[in-house]
Design a protein around this ligand. Structure first.
Ligand code: ZN
Length: 275
């Protein structure tokens, strides 16, 4: 049975959100309808939330739906939410980072989000974006750093003959891509998350420059792997000038990871509200 169909697609269908099926993916044994949800009035500034690009990083998938169910209401006076809860349903069902488990053919949906991509998960998403708002005030892509991330990444990097990173953060951190330094809210978010959430304070995370839990792009980008291909790199400049990627630690309980993701999105939205 498909966990995606049972838990995610079904939960969306049951809801009162405005839903779209933006594509269909065919994998042996299962056909996946790709679903996005909108909540709010389309004349409000748009917010984009994406999750599940990496199938083994499940908390973001549940968090995106929990955000719509429990927290979006209090922001509907200000924003309209567009949510793609599970970009890679086959990976989600298999519990793997990639879109299949086959090491010969598997693809990484968060390294393939480029114009002209042949990765079906990314192609469908890119196509769907064209039918949505032309501008998002902010975008949030929800990820996780699994406990065995070093192993997973070593496997992925090996196939490309580059080096993985051995150290894996065990605290929350996020990327903020925003060219205008005066518009950045990374520090304000961190202040609002403290002390409820422990943040990674290393100087570097996967080679990138970390500033107390936030990696500011473009200048913090030192890892060439992140230049092109991640979802935030596709969105930035095309659909938004303010893009976030958030990372919970897979070693926490699932509910804790979900809570931290929803709290992060709420605290970021709060920064945009009149005080
Ligand atoms: Zn990820």
């Amino acid at each position: 049975m498909s966990r995606y169909l049972e838990e995610i697609a079904h939960r969306c269908k049951r809801s009162a959100w405005n839903q779209s099926q933006y594509g269909i993916l065919q994998y042996p044994g299962c056909t996946y309808p790709l679903i996005s949800c909108r909540l709010g009035s389309q004349d409000k500034p748009a917010i984009l939330i994406t999750a599940g690009a990496h199938g083994n990083e499940v908390a973001g998938v549940y968090a995106s739906l929990e955000f719509l169910e429990k927290f979006a209401q209090e922001y509907l006076r200000h924003f309209c939410f567009y949510v793609y809860p599970c970009l890679n349903p086959h990976g989600f069902d298999l519990g793997v980072r990639w879109n299949t488990a086959d090491s010969e053919t598997r693809q990484d949906a968060n390294r393939s989000c480029v114009h002209g991509t042949t990765v079906p998960e990314c192609a469908a998403f890119i196509e769907a974006l064209r039918d949505g708002p032309i501008h998002y005030v902010m975008t949030f892509d929800l990820h996780e750093t699994p406990e065995n991330d070093a192993e997973i990444m070593a496997e992925q990097y090996q196939s490309r003959a580059t080096t993985g990173y051995e150290e894996t953060p065990r605290d929350f951190y996020f990327w903020e891509t925003c060219k205008k330094q005066g518009s950045r809210i990374g520090n304000a978010i961190i202040e609002r998350l403290t002390p409820d959430v422990s943040l990674c304070t290393w100087d570097e995370i996967f080679g990138d420059t970390n500033s107390g839990g936030v990696i500011y792009y473009p200048e913090g980008c030192k890892n060439p792997d992140y230049l092109e291909g991640p979802i935030d790199s596709y969105l930035h400049g095309r659909y938004s000038d303010h893009c976030f990627t958030a990372e919970t630690y897979g070693g926490w309980s699932l509910q804790r990871r979900i809570d931290v993701h929803t709290l992060f999105v709420r605290r970021a939205l709060d920064c945009y509200l009149p005080q």
